[in-house]
Design a protein around this ligand. Structure first.
Ligand code: PLP
Length: 367
């Protein structure tokens, strides 16, 4: 049995920052540490403003709503992602339009997005699946050409880069998750990043009961909500951010070990990493098995490797969309459907051990 490091991990730094919060009279969202964390994380990802919230589902919804996506508008999303990418669109009454992903990058295929356009198309959400970015150049150009708002669901891509520019800084706004299994976590949490000051102000008001700076606490300008991240979460996330670079370095080094060990291994096609991706969070190790995916995953699990077969269906195969609960439009998605049959992911814990452990994981996968 291969022994991999546990996740999540807290150190004395989390304890130190938590104790400071606990000794203060403000454990909720109004403690200064929340704003400080938002600023640090926004700067880390190359954005000017950050507005945190309770999770990375709510942040997607806030982002779309505050950017002006209206009921009936269409938003292009990849057919493969966690369900929130699509349900955030649906929750505000807009319509997700599902498009295919590329054969091996696991990300939205820029060559098929044009066919998904309609007079109602208002926006596109790129998901950076597993950490490596979707083709933000091609998708950004497409959005500009057609007057669409460009968003990123960067829930997997803390610290990832495309030509030296960080995930989350390519479109109008981006959303990140700090849920328990993510590479930075406070158990739950999320943040929207943007460099648009007016959008940042709308997001902040929306997440804080429709309040505006400089006005009475009991003066509410819009139908907001209480989506505030707590100071306890911000304390933990501040400590997690301080360690993120070192962890990405470790995963990157181990990814290379993995590649060396597995190059040419028969039967598995690994996620292709575009040459523009010069850094990845390595949230997931992704691949496709030519034959016997489920048996392979079972064998890896038995050896202690945190592998999982892929999603049971593309997003549009979820009952929420097949059952007519929420309208959607589905473009042909042959690649996404093939991934469902043969793809897998391995959680990033597999890249968090030392080199010998990583080699043992790779050799087990090779069989
Ligand atoms: C791509 C993607 N988007 C959004 C989310 C939603 O984040 P949360 O679980 O924080 O609501 C997740 C994951 O959990 C995700 O993987």
């Amino acid at each position: 049995m291969i022994s991999l490091p546990a996740w999540p991990v807290a150190t004395a730094r989390e304890t130190e920052l938590l104790e400071k919060v606990l000794a203060s009279p403000q454990w909720g969202g109004f403690n200064a540490i929340v704003g400080e964390f938002e600023q640090k994380f926004a700067a880390y990802q190359g954005c000017q403003f950050g507005v945190s919230a309770v999770n990375g589902t709510v942040t997607l919804e806030m982002m779309l709503s505050c950017a002006g996506i209206q009921p009936g508008d269409e938003v292009i999303v990849p057919a493969i992602s966690f369900v929130s990418t699509a349900t955030a669109v649906s929750r505000i009454g807009a319509v997700p339009v599902f498009v295919d992903i590329e054969p091996l990058s696991f990300n939205m295929d820029p060559s098929v997005v044009r066919a998904a356009l309609s007079p109602k198309t208002r926006a596109l959400i790129a998901v950076h699946f597993g950490g490596p970015l979707a083709d933000v150049d091609a998708l950004g150009v497409f959005c500009r050409e057609h007057g669409l708002l460009f968003f990123e669901d960067a829930a997997h891509a803390h610290g990832s880069e495309w030509n030296g520019k960080r995930a989350g800084s390519f479109g109008l706004a981006s959303s990140f998750s700090f849920q328990n299994g993510k590479v930075m976590t406070a158990g739950e949490g999320g943040i929207v990043l943007t460099s648009d000051e007016a959008l940042a102000a709308r997001l902040r008001s929306y997440a804080n009961q429709g309040r505006r700076p400089g006005h009475s606490f009991f003066h509410h300008f819009e139908i907001g909500n209480n989506y505030r991240l707590t100071a306890l979460q911000a304390a933990v996330l501040t400590a997690q951010l301080e360690r993120l670079d070192g962890q990405i370095e470790r995963r990157t080094a181990n990814w290379r070990v993995f590649q060396d060990e597995l190059a040419g291994a028969p039967g598995i096609r690994w996620q292709t990493i575009p040459r523009q991706v010069n850094r990845s969070a390595w949230y997931l190790v992704l691949g496709r098995v030519e034959e016997g995916r489920d048996a392979a995953v079972e064998r890896w699990n038995a050896a202690g490797i945190p592998a999982s077969p892929f999603y049971p269906h593309p997003l549009y195969g979820n009952p929420v969309y097949t059952g007519g609960h929420a309208p959607c439009r589905v473009m042909p998605c042959p690649n996404a459907e093939a991934y469902i049959r043969d793809a897998f992911w391995i959680g990033f814990r597999a890249l968090m051990g030392d080199k010998d452990t990583t080699r043992a994981v790779a050799r087990c996968i090779r069989g």
